[in-house]
Design a protein around this ligand. Structure first.
Ligand code: UD1
Length: 401
């Protein structure tokens, strides 16, 4: 019996099925691996006798708080990892180095046929290098994205991972073009659509019926008792997320953005902000957390679960974010979105390409101008080709052909 709901050691050792080891490390990985694991499970279920795949899931432990990790396994129905490397936080070199050391042991013990990595976090890059040095075939889901900004740690992770991958699964034709320009052989590139949209499609129904009042109650940040129930129930709120070092590690940039939200956005509508742990620490250091808590329409929350965040996005009047994943979700749901970054590796989400996102960086003049332009926009859902909820099945088909 071969199993993808967890690791089946006996079948793995017999080596009768394709042995796939996939890796997750940080929050944005979980919504990308969930559909892949489910597609493997479907593939095995459809086989007459012993399924064609044995799957082993490794969590590097880059994210470890319950709200940043375990909650997503529960929400998205991902099986418990077969191995947790427990790497935790640290500098980039510490995270990548410790991951490589721990992952090399796993690879040497289990010798999979394939290592599958997703996205662009440090875990993605560290495990890609380790796999290839151990001569294991590598597949990258969400390949080909480029911001061309080497100040972003993720851009380095993307370039290294794509350079090493044997199979590159891209979300759109712009990503294909990036890989071709870099000389990636045509046979390795497979445009399969956006795997995150598989997760979105699966959970949209659940998100629509979620009671937001309960979500606000359960996820209140600190001592805050504000809920702004009326504004939130009527969709008169801006949803906000910030975690990129360019926005939150730079004290001036973070103060400017926080003041804009407090003084200008919260003057017009509620501001609902699930705070990333990295951002929370910076806001605390700058004394801004207390200040925000005194403003009636600033609703600070703990990091939300997947379905909760989907509900928040679905009903928001506008989103202000520096997250790549949320940009894509806003595009598909039609939420007017200010992308608080100087560049993006996901141009297909921008207004120029039919999406709902406007690239505004963190210059307040541009943020303000675009906020006023977009705050009254109606929803304009846009799904690029193949963002149809079937990406994971396409990937599995290619891998097993
Ligand atoms: C990482 C990814 C980023 C992704 C983001 C989503 C890299 C280079 N960055 O950034 O691409 O968009 O995840 O969240 O891989 N912390 C906790 N609890 C946790 C995890 C982190 O408190 O469970 C705190 C720690 O203080 C840590 C800080 O957050 O030092 C930053 O975490 P880290 O994993 O280094 O990067 P992220 O900013 O989360």
């Amino acid at each position: 019996m071969v199993c993808v709901e967890g690791f089946n050691g006996e079948a793995w050792l017999r080596g009768c099925a394709v042995r796939i080891l996939s890796v997750v490390g940080a929050r944005p990985n979980f919504m990308k691996i969930a559909p892949f694991v489910k597609a493997l499970k479907r593939c095995n279920a459809a086989a007459a006798q012993e399924g064609p795949v044995n799957h082993f899931l490794v969590h590097t432990g880059q994210h470890y708080d319950r709200e940043m990790s375990a909650a997503f396994f529960d929400d998205l129905g991902i099986p418990r990892p077969d191995s947790d490397l427990g790497v935790g936080s640290g500098t980039h070199a510490e995270q990548v180095g410790l991951t490589m050391i721990a992952f090399e042991r796993v690879i040497q013990e289990y010798r999979p046929d394939w290592v599958v990595v997703v996205g662009d976090v440090n875990a993605t890059c560290a495990c890609s290098i380790t796999a290839k040095k151990e001569h294991i075939k590598l597949a990258h889901i969400e390949a080909g994205l480029r911001s061309l900004d080497l100040d972003m740690p993720e851009e380095i992770n993307r370039m290294v991972t794509d350079r090493l991958s044997d199979l590159l699964f891209t979300p759109d034709s712009l990503a294909d073009g990036n890989l071709r320009r870099e000389g990636v052989p045509e046979g390795r590139i497979h445009c399969v659509g956006n795997i995150m949209i598989d997760t979105l499609s699966e959970h949209l129904g659940q998100a629509k019926v979620l009671d937001m009042r309960k979500v606000l109650e359960v996820n209140r940040h600190g001592e805050s008792r504000k809920t702004c129930t009326h504004e939130i129930a009527s969709g008169n709120y801006a949803a906000v997320t910030l975690h990129r070092p360019t926005n939150v590690d730079d004290a001036e940039a973070l103060s400017r953005l926080a003041k804009f939200l407090m003084d200008e956005v919260a003057a017009e509508m509620a501001v609902v902000w699930p705070i990333h742990p990295r951002t929370e620490k910076r806001l605390e250091d700058l004394g801004l957390l207390g200040e925000m808590n005194r403003i009636q329409k600033m609703v600070l929350l703990k990091p939300l679960g997947y379905v909760e965040m989907l509900n928040l996005n679905l009903n928001a009047r506008i989103m202000l974010t520096d997250s790549g994943g949320l940009q894509e979700e806003c595009c598909v749901l039609g939420t007017p979105c200010l992308t608080l970054r100087a560049n993006t590796e996901r141009p297909v989400t921008l207004e120029e390409f039919g999406g709902t996102c406007a690239l505004v960086g963190n210059d307040i003049i541009k943020v303000r101008e675009t906020f006023h332009r977009k705050k009254g926009e109606s929803r304009r859902p846009f799904s690029p080709p193949l963002w149809d909820g079937k990406t994971a099945d396409r990937i599995v088909r290619v891998m097993l052909q």
